[in-house]
Design a binder for this molecule. Sequence first.
Ligand code: FES
Length: 396
Amino acid sequence: MSNTVNPKNNADSTYNVLNSIVGYQEAVADKAQWEKDGSDLIELKGSVDVTVATLHPKRLTLEVSKVIEETPSTKTIRFISTGAPLPPFQAGQYINLFVDIDGVSTARPYAISSACDEKNYYDLTIKRVTDGFVSNHLLDNVSQGQQFLSTGPMGTFYYNPLFHGEDLVFLAGGSGVAPAITMLKDILSRGSKYSFHMIYCNSYIDDLIFINELRSLAEQYPQFRLTEVVSRPPANFEGFKGHLSADLIRNTLGSIENKLFYVCGPTPFNDYCIGQLKSIGVPNKRIRLEANGAPKNPQQLSDWPTTIDAEEVMVTVTGRGSFKAKIGEPLLNSLERNGYSVENACRSGECSLCRVKVISGNVFNPPEAHLRKSDKTFGWVHSCVAYPTEDIEILF
Ligand code: FES
């Protein structure tokens, strides 16, 4: 058998591939026209940048148009744009909201809980958390008319019809239901071949956010199944009483074949769900995790250095100054509390916007840090999930 490549066949197949690309013929015709007219395309200069900036703006100025009480511990804050129309987003994405609290400039990512086809506002659904710095501040202080800066919509935790298939399961814990409801509405709008099963876990019945809407959608759409799990329910609760478990997942779903699992909730809930899914044989590639937020306590992780007994370390920012940072606090938070501003978005090690270079000293990087090989080689860390374990010098 000959391995010789026939140049003509090669040219034919390239031609066929190019012609199968939508818009290729139109581009060829445009090129021919420009050549004929003598244009050097100067009239298009900058138009791509303008389009990108419109779809993916670095900053939005948002105004609170409404505050909706969802449960005793949760509010939905509705934001409208004060300027250009809000950019589109994919169901499951978040915006990073910038706030100033008692002289500290910081930010937190919140999933958008309004539907993707709602063009006039973004809803952010925020739950009170023990010792929550930003969430609790927003719940207690935000009112209609206040303005905030945010990033545009970001993140990779969204439904992708090409790769995720049509059989979807969402394990939502507490306010993790925010991206779930947006994804659900998006999926339902795509038609009946999609199946979406939400397993929604909470401690108390009063914590169930959007529950009337979810129950109503479950009655209305046969392809949407809702399983409610409450660990401390009242006697008359009709859902599952107790904690989510591998058995509950398997018994509720039957087969796990070809299902795509989304997981979103507090960090301990996420870790627990991943363990349960793996124990019933769900492969990593069929699990999508949204983890907005740093590990709650890195000192409880197994590879945290046990030799540290200091409570503070000195952080020096090359050419700018020094400050003391608490052991166990994310470096990004320490920087912000001391007046340094670092670009950031996910605050969970994913996006790498918050990278700083460690010039000297040691920093603990938990598994969430997702450091690239080149980061490790050249000393870059993601400051949102980096924890100094001794005096350090950094550059950014
Ligand atoms: S803010 Fe995204 S990795 Fe730190």
